[in-house]
Design a protein around this ligand. Sequence first.
Ligand SMILES: Cc1ncc(COP(=O)(O)O)c(C=O)c1O
Length: 393
Amino acid sequence: MYDIYSVREDFPVLKEVAYLDNAATTQTPVQVVLAMEEYFFKYAGNHGRGAHRLARQTTNHYEDARENVASFLNIDYKKTIFTKNATESINMVAHGLDWNAGDHIITTLIEHHSNLLPWMRLREQGVEVTIITPDEYGTINPNDIENAMTDRTRLVTVDHVSNVFGSIQDVARIVKIAHKGGAQVLIDGAQSAGHMPLDVGALGCDFFATAGHKGLLGPQGTGVLYVKEPDMLSPLFVGGGMVHEVTVMGFEIEPSPTRFEAGTPNIPGVIGLGRAVEYVRELGTVDIGRHETALAKDAARRLAEIDAVEVYGPEERAGVVPFNVIGLNAHDVAMILDETKKICVRSGHHCAMPGIRFLGVEGTVRASFGLYNTREEVDLLVDSVSQVTSLVA
Ligand SMILES: Cc1ncc(COP(=O)(O)O)c(C=O)c1O
């Protein structure tokens, strides 16, 4: 296990607050900020578009970042595409596949809006969308997916870890079921990548979408999409940087990954993400996962022991702990925790309204743990929530 207290030195803001909103976005280590600073001060140029030294250096660093991310996820680097967030990655799949009326998609009730709305919009094109209901703890039974498969099912898409419940889906089994039925699979790994050991190559999914700014510790404005068969996906954007021939009659698109990255990308962000992935790899996802899960389980157990507190999600959870203080609005609880103890938690529907309604509540308070959180912060959270409950006693 890494030394948590020396790790915390890399995240200066942690001296100021108890940051427990890692499912929304994580803090960025100093090493990542320095890598981005180096780009700005030492070699800033555009990517893939110039013969001069700064452009060449920029291109090399950008492509090194791609190598890092690809090897971290165990995927082919030519199939590793940089995007601005997980939402863009998912939309690229929704818009890039060629849909016909009558095609069928299976997704679930607990998805983040970013992995729900792109599919719901396809209904306008006559695509049928089946939404699978989880159990009360937010776990999807893969058999329900199997039973929903038809000979028209083209895509199955689920989040790996739920940002609402903290539940971990059996994605390996879901991939097998979908492939057996002839459908492709998109895994939304926004809450899993960097938080647990993950081998996307071995998983065998057709698409893997994730954010760069969550468990991977990259800067905001970065995301990743893996596409197993890039030629089957039309690029969402066309324009500069992704073509090798243009005449007034038409154009010829470059192969992947260039094919999907039209326009000047978020170069400093991607370079930061490449460094961030190195950082996560050095600490090790086995230890990170173990640490975050231990904190979350401890917090969930102790919060549930407090009268007037209801905790949601399964016992075996990732680092996400949703709860409510009965009789208080989730936003009020979050405000009080911040105002009185500088504890940063998220509150509300977490961009997953159907999942929240399934819980029968308007919203939840969500504490989500990162690799740099400590047992002392769990103590602080539990004690503070306990004090908040006295307001409704
Ligand atoms: C499960 C899940 N999918 C997708 C997203 C969207 O990620 P981004 O904000 O990077 O687009 C989130 C963000 O919280 C998420 O939790």
